[in-house]
Write a protein that binds this ligand. Structure first.
Ligand code: GYE
Length: 318
C-alpha cells in the first residue's frame, strides 16, 4: 500500500499536470494586419510571420485590406477562438472601444503594433510597440529647413501626399512636419491630399497636383516611400526631373527609396522600421505570462539623405 507521503506526491503531480501542459503548449497569437498597401507593410508582415515561427508561436494572421470592419471581424473571430493574445496594427485611430472591450471581457490581452489607437480607457490594451510618427514628420521637416537655409531666396511651395485618412501615421506625420516648418515662413504647404499610402494613388494625386498650374511646386512631402515612388512617375511623365525640379522627401526607408535616391530621383527618406516581429513575439510571451511591460515601446530610427544611398543600400534589410 502507498504511504501518505507517496500519495501526496502523486496527488501534487496530478494537480500540477494541467499547468505544466499549459506551459508547454505553444502560445497562440491572433494578428490582424492592415493590408498589403506598401513595401513597408510587406516587410512588416514577413517579419511577423518569420518571428512567430522562430519563437514557436502559433500565428493566426488576417489581412484586412485597409478596412477597419475587416479588422473588427478578425479580432472578434480571435476572441471566439480563445487565442492567448491578440495583436493588431489599427488602420485608423478611432472606433476601437467596443471590440477592445469585448477582448477585455474575454480576458484576452491586446498588443498594438505599429499604429496607435484613441480609446477612452487605455487599459483596453496592454502595450503599444511602434515608431514615433510625429518625430518622423519633424525629422523630414528639419531636413527641409536646413536645405532651405542654404537657398534663402527661394520660395518653397510644398505639396503633401498624406497617408490613409484617419491613420496614426498620416495624422502624426502631418502634425510633426507642420510644427517644424513654421520656423520658416517661406515654407508653405500649398496642396495636401491622401494618396492612401499606395504607389497607384500617390501617382494619381501627384498628376492632379501637377495639372493645377496656378503655383509652382518646389517640394513634395510624401508620408511614405511608395507614394513618393508613384509621384516620381507622375513627375517624369509631366516632363520634369524628380529630385531636381521638385525636391522629394519621404518616410519609411524601404529598398525602393534607396534605389530612387541612388538614381537621383528622391532626396531623402526618414527611416521607419517595419521589422517588429521579434520584439512582438517576446512581448506576447511576457504579456501572456502576466509580466509587467512598458505601455509604450518605441523603435530607434535614422534619416538617410541621397548622398549616403549607394553606401547604405547593401545594408538595408527591407
Ligand atoms: O509608413 C506605410 C504603411 O503604419 C508605419 O503604413 C506604417 C505605415 C508606413 O503603409 O508605408
Amino acid at each position: 500500500m502507498m504511504n501518505r507521503i507517496a500519495r501526496r506526491t502523486l496527488l501534487a503531480a496530478a494537480l500540477a499536470l494541467p499547468a505544466l501542459t499549459a506551459l508547454a503548449a505553444p502560445l497562440t497569437l491572433g494578428f490582424s494586419q492592415v493590408g498589403a498597401e506598401s513595401e513597408w507593410r510587406t516587410a512588416n508582415s514577413a517579419s511577423i510571420k518569420a518571428a512567430a515561427k522562430e519563437a514557436g508561436v502559433t500565428l493566426k494572421f488576417a489581412d484586412a485590406q485597409q478596412k477597419q470592419e475587416n479588422q473588427v471581424k478578425a479580432i472578434r473571430s480571435y476572441i471566439a477562438q480563445k487565442v492567448d493574445v491578440i495583436a493588431f496594427s489599427p488602420v485608423v485611430e478611432s472606433g476601437w472601444d467596443t471590440v477592445l472591450k469585448e477582448a477585455k471581457a474575454a480576458g484576452i490581452p491586446v498588443i498594438l503594433t505599429d499604429r496607435a489607437v484613441k480609446v477612452a480607457d487605455e487599459s483596453l490594451y496592454v502595450t503599444f510597440i511602434g515608431s514615433d510618427f510625429v518625430e518622423e514628420g519633424r525629422k523630414a521637416a528639419r531636413w527641409l529647413l536646413e536645405r532651405a537655409a542654404k537657398t534663402p531666396s527661394a520660395a518653397l511651395n510644398i505639396v503633401e501626399l498624406q497617408g490613409t485618412v484617419g491613420s496614426a501615421p498620416a495624422l502624426d506625420r502631418k502634425r510633426g512636419f507642420e510644427e517644424v516648418i513654421k520656423a520658416n515662413p517661406k515654407l508653405q504647404i500649398i496642396r495636401s491630399q491622401s494618396g492612401e499610402f499606395t504607389r497607384a494613388k500617390g501617382k494619381e494625386v501627384m498628376e492632379a497636383f501637377l495639372k493645377q498650374r496656378d503655383k509652382k511646386i518646389d517640394v513634395l512631402y510624401a508620408h511614405n516611400d511608395d507614394m513618393a515612388i508613384g509621384a516620381i512617375q507622375a513627375i517624369e511623365e509631366a516632363g520634369l526631373k524628380p529630385g531636381v525640379d521638385i525636391v522629394i522627401i519621404s518616410i519609411d526607408g524601404v529598398r525602393g527609396a534607396f534605389e530612387a535616391m541612388k538614381a537621383g530621383k528622391l532626396n531623402v527618406t526618414v527611416e521607419c522600421n517595419p521589422l517588429l516581429g521579434p520584439q512582438l513575439m517576446a512581448l506576447a510571451k511576457e504579456v501572456v505570462a502576466k509580466k509587467a511591460v512598458e505601455k509604450r515601446i518605441t523603435v530607434n530610427e535614422g534619416v538617410f539623405p541621397a548622398e549616403v544611398a549607394a553606401k547604405e543600400l547593401p545594408n538595408r534589410k527591407y
